[in-house]
Design a protein around this ligand. Structure first.
Ligand code: CP
Length: 303
């Protein structure tokens, strides 16, 4: 059987999503495993990261594997001009799997074509971040008990925020989702994703504000305005604080609602929300360890 990569969330079927949910729960119940004993995994981060890199590295360590790689490409031969092609070719000689974050859209797919070992996309520009989506789905499953019949509010930078793109595509596989997109026109959900939903007959609504409708939500998924994707800093300044979720806004929300955020947060969730039981973003980040243990095990056929 050929190698299996995770580049786009659509690389996995609905059955695989459900398998990852089940495995994540098993790893959460028993996080010390030795399934990766004798294996080496490379983490290549060409862009900054805290959660994705460290939770992958925690996942690998908990599975008994060894880690090689870099968190700053300036410490690699990329700084001498080595191409992505040659870097991936080399690393696939040294590791059993490559986990890569890169600023260029499509770079992860390219790396998977070059690599002899499985590649996981840990974020490629504004395109996709599929392992984040799987941990988001696990967080939704844990808190709502289902992935069907959910009313989701996606708030903030829906243009450059790769996590909302992947989440939308994954949840479109489940029954009766309703998507509410809350964004200013400059950061609206790109047409290709709206067209994707239209073709599947899935309901979505676009809003400029959400204070008056937030009580409909099962999930409020806040996102950071992605400063690093703006060409003009003045444009970033105009929208950077456009939505700030505050504790008093949650007073009449559903009892089951949970606030998710892929993090890092800047100003979009006030710290007075952190102690509200509806805030789930720090636990969501913790869930990433178990979900990433599940993804690695699945791709390497260890489970
Ligand atoms: N959620 C996420 O991708 O966070 P990092 O950028 O810290 O990895």
């Amino acid at each position: 059987m050929g190698k299996k990569d995770l580049i786009s969330i659509t690389d996995f079927s609905k059955e695989e999503y459900l398998k990852i949910m089940e495995l994540s729960q098993k790893f959460e119940e028993n996080p010390s495993q030795s399934l990766l004993k004798g294996k080496v995994i490379a983490t290549l981060f060409f862009e900054p990261s805290t959660r994705t890199r460290l939770s992958f590295e925690s996942a690998i360590s908990r599975l008994g594997g060894k880690i090689i790689g870099f968190s700053d490409s300036n410490s690699s031969s990329v700084s001498k001009g080595e191409t992505l092609h040659d870097t991936i070719k080399m690393v696939s000689n040294y590791a059993d799997m490559i986990i890569m974050r890169h600023p260029m859209e499509g770079s992860a797919r390219y790396a998977a074509e070059v690599s002899d070992v499985p590649v996981i996309n840990a974020g490629d520009g504004a395109n996709q971040h599929p392992s984040q989506t799987l941990l988001d789905m696990y967080s939704i499953m844990k808190t709502q008990g289902r992935l069907d019949d959910l009313n989701l509010f996606l708030v903030g930078d829906l243009k450059y925020g790769r996590t909302v793109h992947s989440l939308l595509m994954a949840l479109s596989q489940f029954k009766n989702p309703i998507f509410n997109f809350v964004a200013p026109p400059e950061l609206a959900m790109p047409d290709e994703y709206k067209l994707f939903l239209e073709q599947k007959g899935i309901r979505y609504f676009e809003h400029l504000e959400f204070n008056d409708i937030i009580n409909q939500a099962d999930i409020i998924y806040m996102t950071r305005v992605q400063k690093e994707r703006f060409i003009d800093p003045v444009e970033y300044e105009k929208v950077k604080n456009i939505y700030i979720l505050k504790n008093d806004m949650l007073a009449n929300t559903k009892p089951n609602v949970k606030i998710l955020h892929p993090l890092p947060r800047i100003n979009e969730i006030h710290t007075n929300v952190d102690s509200n039981p509806k805030a789930y973003y720090f636990t969501q980040a913790r869930n990433g360890v178990f979900t990433r243990m599940a993804i690695i095990s699945h791709l390497l056929n260890l489970q």
